[in-house]
Design a protein around this ligand. Structure first.
Ligand SMILES: [Zn+2]
Length: 415
């Protein structure tokens, strides 16, 4: 292998020091003190790799390496460097370091590519500070406007616009982050799997063929409240009892749909919420994900019909409101075939799989060809301090991306 495990490990460890919660996991929010330090580190490493560095109007760091023909569109390699609160050291940085390591290897081996390369460290992918996830990539595809920067606040009421200004960026320029799709040939992202599949199946590499579609709903069920002591069981109209039936059924609907379809009720609130009051109203969230849009729509229809039926039976009311709808994205075969071939050449085991989480790659897939590579997560854990990927595994992933980049960016054979 041409990559260096020592350098990869060093980068992960160094980056993990720029952390607002060293006592528990990694917390690196956007436009924070820790962001600034991590940013300086990444820029320094890019400089050492002789990349031409700039920051786009959203605050994403970009290191450019010239190709033989710089009029050609760029091949991008990267991920994000922000984190969730109390997260781990690998979610995001693994992909940023992939870029740094590839740049170093190309220099060492004196390799030129026909197409220019850009190494990317995206900002605010997690949305942990402002609730505005995938901010860097959405800005790149032109989906963030000036108004959005005033709309989203952190928990202290600081808007993105203010945070950017304090940090030295001009929020008025945000739309300049937009890239012309014609100037991008492909985007490669390496990311930790954040689930247990690769480890359980003893695979080195996950090659994502589809990024799942996501629909999210808010559901409100209204019954009648009453005294918990004086209302007989057969005279109740308990919103929580009704809602809990629905929650259980949603779980079964996803199991029935199969093919990796998942459905989750992750948030539920009971009103008025007292030990001695029959619940009048229950609010809950539903998150449905699948590679197949039809399956997502079928589940939504089933939930709606079930609610209608149960509410009619129990004289309750409901409201079901769609909050988010993202279509599944099938990633282009030209890139995944190259990734597969390279795994075979390097002797790494691989699995074609879906990505159940949203990544910057999902957004960029809207404007360019995307390759998304997963490496195993220990015990499938992520977004927690225990998040871990063995450095051997991470190195294998980086090696595969390196090889694939050389194909897509057309390595110039040395004479
Ligand atoms: Zn991530």
């Amino acid at each position: 292998m041409f990559t260096s495990k020592e350098r990869i490990k060093n980068d992960i460890e160094k980056l993990s020091k720029f952390n607002a919660s060293p006592w528990e996991g990694l917390t690196r929010l956007s436009f924070s003190k820790e962001d600034k330090k991590a940013r300086e580190y990444i820029k320094r490493k890019m400089e050492e790799a002789r990349l031409e560095i700039y920051e786009d109007a959203a605050g994403t760091i970009i290191g450019r390496r010239m190709g033989i023909d710089n009029h050609l569109p760029v091949v991008m390699i990267g991920s994000h460097f922000d984190s969730v609160k109390n997260g781990g050291n690998f979610d995001g940085p693994a992909g940023v370091i992939t870029g740094l390591e590839i740049a170093r290897v190309l220099n060492e081996r004196n390799i030129k590519t026909k197409y220019p390369l850009e190494f990317i460290a995206m900002i605010e992918e997690e949305g942990a500070r402002f609730g505005s996830g995938l901010f860097g990539s959405r800005s790149m595809v032109g989906k963030v406007g000036k108004d959005d920067l005033e709309k989203y606040c952190d928990e202290n009421g600081t808007t993105i616009a203010k945070a950017m200004r304090d940090f030295g960026f001009n929020p008025d320029n945000i739309t300049k982050a937009k890239r012309d799709p014609k100037t991008i040939k492909a985007f490669f992202e390496l990311h930790i799997e954040q689930g247990p599949v690769l480890e359980t199946e003893h695979k080195d590499i996950g090659i994502v063929d589809t990024i799942v579609g996501i629909d999210q709903y808010n559901i409100e069920v209204t019954g009648i409240s009453g005294h918990a002591g004086t209302t007989p069981m057969n005279m109740r109209n308990d919103a929580l009892v009704l809602a809990s039936d629905i929650v259980k059924q949603i779980n079964l609907m996803a199991k029935k749909a199969g093919e990796g379809t998942v459905a989750t009720v992750g948030n539920l609130k009971v009103y008025p919420g007292g030990a001695n009051i029959i619940p009048k109203k229950v609010w809950f969230s539903v998150d449905v994900r699948s590679r197949d849009k039809n399956k997502i729509e079928t589940i939504a229809k089933e939930i709606d019909e079930l609610l209608k039926h149960e509410c009619k039976k129990q004289k309750a009311f409901y409201k079901m409101e769609k909050k988010i709808s993202v279509d599944p994205v099938r990633l282009p075969r030209n890139i995944s075939e190259v990734l597969k071939r390279k795994c075979e050449k390097l002797g790494f085991s691989y699995k074609e799989m879906i990505s159940g989480a949203g990544h910057d790659a999902m957004i960029l897939a809207g404007i360019t060809d995307v390759g998304l590579v997963f490496v195993p997560s220990k015990y499938g854990k992520s977004h927690c301090p225990e998040e871990w990927t063995d450095y051997d595994q991470l190195q294998k992933g980086i090696e595969v991306v390196l090889e694939a980049v050389l194909v897509i960016a057309e390595k110039e054979e040395k004479k």
